[in-house]
Design a protein around this ligand. Structure first.
Ligand SMILES: NC(=O)c1ccc[n+]([C@@H]2O[C@H](COP(=O)([O-])OP(=O)(O)OC[C@H]3O[C@@H](n4cnc5c(N)ncnc54)[C@H](O)[C@@H]3O)[C@@H](O)[C@H]2O)c1
Length: 343
């Protein structure tokens, strides 16, 4: 059976990717140091796709550990999700981010060089576009990351491009995710942020659950229909299916292929639109205060998803209502995330 090395597989996106691959009959070899996740997530994946995950607690910067894991054989491709992802934290601790994200990727590539694996899918981000000059954003739009985190993503894309140029036996797809939200429809897996959530949907969910007194809406004077910021929210299961499509595209691609593909819906949703959809779908009021813009926030950001359709044969299928319903289903069944279950 085909095996996929999934770095960061215990994380929010990785767990949904592994469950999706497992249900399609693929096996996953997960490498995670649990810096921002819990082994409980692996147990949840196993419950959905029994016998499909082989989990290793390891840091991707430990090249020898990766070599030992790869030496067990059978891995044909890699999905590289492991990384630190808090934009604000990356501004405060740029060296730690570079070390973990960029040096971690170099270590992974060094381990892979000694193996037969030459198919690589990388978790990049729409944050590489910075303040977009226009929307929808296509992959040819200029890149101008505004944080060390975004710079890490672009640097890694550059590493992968050089790798495939120097050794054309590689095939690479960089997936630039827009704003993943929602949860597995079973309600057993979802986003489990530690501390105060940075992102809108987990904040909305925690407010709905009474863990936060109210939601702050940052900025009501953007040049958008209702004045609040607009993003391209994409259901995490659509995103996970995008990875299956990327693996399929890599299998069919020519050696030396390097593709960069947006994963988004192509539809911009404002903060208020999302909050109102959440209230409507789940029948829960979200107390909110309207406050000033947050420095650095972009007004409008959404994808041109046409390349994903052409090159991967993939399009997002799930609606904003699905995202809101599934996020709340997960939150209400797991009010403390994975922590309580793991204790
Ligand atoms: N969630 C988003 O909004 C978003 C958007 C764009 C891109 N991404 C990227 O997608 C990837 C996955 O994001 P996520 O939301 O699932 O984040 P996450 O924090 O839930 O998952 C990342 C996983 O990587 C692991 N990890 C971190 N450093 C590691 C290391 N040195 N060695 C081994 N494991 C390590 C963490 O423990 C965690 O399980 C990240 O690379 C992130 O930058 C996420």
């Amino acid at each position: 059976m085909e095996k996929v090395l999934v770095t960061g597989g215990a994380g929010y996106i990785g767990s949904h990717v592994m469950a999706t691959l497992g249900r399609r009959g693929l096996r996953c070899v997960c490498v995670d140091n649990y810096a921002n996740s819990s082994p409980e997530a692996i147990r949840r994946v196993e419950a959905l796709a029994p016998g499909t995950v082989e989990a290793h607690e390891a840091d991707i910067r430990d090249t020898d550990a990766l070599r030992r894991i790869l030496a067990t054989g059978g891995v044909t491709s890699v999905i590289h999700l492991a990384g630190l992802k808090a934009v604000g934290e990356s501004v405060a601790e740029p060296e730690r981010y570079h070390d973990n994200n960029v040096r971690g990727t170099e270590s992974l590539l060094a381990a892979l060089a000694d193996s037969p694996v030459r198919r690589f899918v990388f978790s990049s981000s729409a944050t590489v576009y910075g303040h977009p000059q226009g929307v929808p954003i296509s992959e040819s739009a200029p890149t101008a990351p505004q944080s060390p985190y975004g710079e890490n993503k672009l640097e890694i894309e550059g590493l992968l491009a050089r790798l495939a140029k120097d050794d054309p036996s590689w095939r690479v797809i960089n997936l630039r995710y827009f704003n993943p939200v929602g949860a597995h429809e079973s309600g057993t897996m979802g986003e489990d942020p530690s501390g105060i959530p940075n992102n809108l949907m987990p904040f909305v969910c925690q407010t709905a659950a009474g863990r936060r007194p109210q939601l702050s809406v940052f900025g009501t004077d953007y040049p958008t229909p209702d004045g609040t910021a607009v993003r391209d929210y994409i259901h995490v299961m659509d995103l996970a299916e995008g990875h299956v499509a990327a693996l399929g595209a890599l299998a069919a691609a020519r050696d030396g292929t390097v593709m960069t593909v947006n994963l988004g819906t192509g539809r911009g949703i404002s903060v208020l639109e999302l909050v109102q959809a959440f209230e409507r779908v789940n029948g829960i009021a979200i107390p909110r205060v309207l406050t000033a813009r947050r420095p650095g926030d972009v007004a409008v950001c959404y994808a041109d998803p046409s390349l994903a359709r052409q090159a991967l044969g993939w399009t997002a299928r799930r609606t904003l209502e699905d995202m809101c319903r599934d996020a709340w289903h997960w939150q209400s069944l797991n009010p403390e995330g994975y922590r309580k279950a793991a204790a």
